[in-house]
Ligand binder design. Structure first.
Ligand SMILES: *Cc1c(COP(=O)(O)O)cnc(C)c1O
Length: 247
């Protein structure tokens, strides 16, 4: 194995981050928007050392999609921050499918859950976070309802027919805050059309719940289309970190 050169990696991440920030700014301007589009850097499958470099480069929010890996990285942040009080710990977003029996563990470390797609998952997160609030003084957990545009809910997401009821359920759940909507577009079809459909569902949910101000949409390959459709937060992995190592 090659020993990674941290300086070279830092320069590479820095250049990629600048390029992605420029893409976001250009897409925001092209859409005639003056609001800020947030950036979640997706660090799944990538080493903790990269997360540290990203934090030093000013990244404040990172996304993970697998429970065990996310838990391990959250614990690594606990240790790193205990050793170095200057280190700025990023917010960790859970962006992957959650098994309902694992909700308690997610409620312990996540700063946001973007992938709430059933009443069962919402109820489990609610119970887990209420415990964290009582025992550790945690804040309520911001949650996004993940939409499934093709109704293939095995890939994650709730069907559009059920999305508004799930949003209302999350908004009413103890320990949770409904923060908005997330979407991963299906592989088939035009991303722009998918994002437009998701945006329409988000607008309806936001009309009923003004706090649901986040529309998480757009990845490395399609962030321009997502921002044109109104995305307020993009989730970018490979355009910043490069290809993911095979686990
Ligand atoms: C992996 C992943 C991303 C990032 O995808 P890239 O194409 O690497 O930018 C975004 N969102 C979700 C839900 C993911 O699982």
């Amino acid at each position: 194995m090659n020993t990674p050169d941290p300086t070279a990696r830092r320069d590479e991440l820095s250049a990629n981050l600048t390029a992605v920030r420029e893409r976001i700014a250009a897409a925001t301007a092209a859409a005639g928007r003056t609001d800020e589009v947030g950036l979640v850097v997706v660090t799944k499958f990538q080493p903790f050392a990269d997360m540290r470099l990203l934090a030093e480069l000013g990244v404040t929010t990172m996304g993970e999609n697998r429970l065990q890996e996310a838990q391990g990285k959250a614990a690594a942040w606990d240790e790193a921050c205990a050793a170095d009080p200057e280190l700025r710990r990023p917010a960790l977003h859970m962006i992957g499918h959650i098994q309902s029996k694992k909700t308690g563990a997610v409620a312990r470390f996540a700063d946001m859950v973007e992938s709430v797609d059933s009443i069962k998952v919402a109820d489990g997160l609610s119970r887990g976070r209420v415990r964290q609030i009582e025992e550790a003084g945690a804040a309520p957990l911001p949650c996004l309802v993940q939409l499934s545009l093709d109704g293939d809910t095995a890939r994650g997401g709730v069907s559009l027919e059920e999305a508004e009821a799930l949003a209302a359920h999350v908004a009413a759940a103890d320990g949770l805050e409904l923060a908005g909507v997330m979407v991963v577009p299906p592989l088939e079809g035009e991303p722009a059309a998918h994002f437009a459909r998701a945006a329409a569902v988000w607008e309806r949910i936001r009309a009923a719940h003004p706090g649901a101000a986040t529309f998480s949409a757009g990845m490395s390959g399609d962030l321009e289309d997502a921002i044109a459709a109104g995305s307020t937060m993009v989730r970018v992995g490979t355009a910043i970190l490069g290809p993911r190592p095979i686990p």
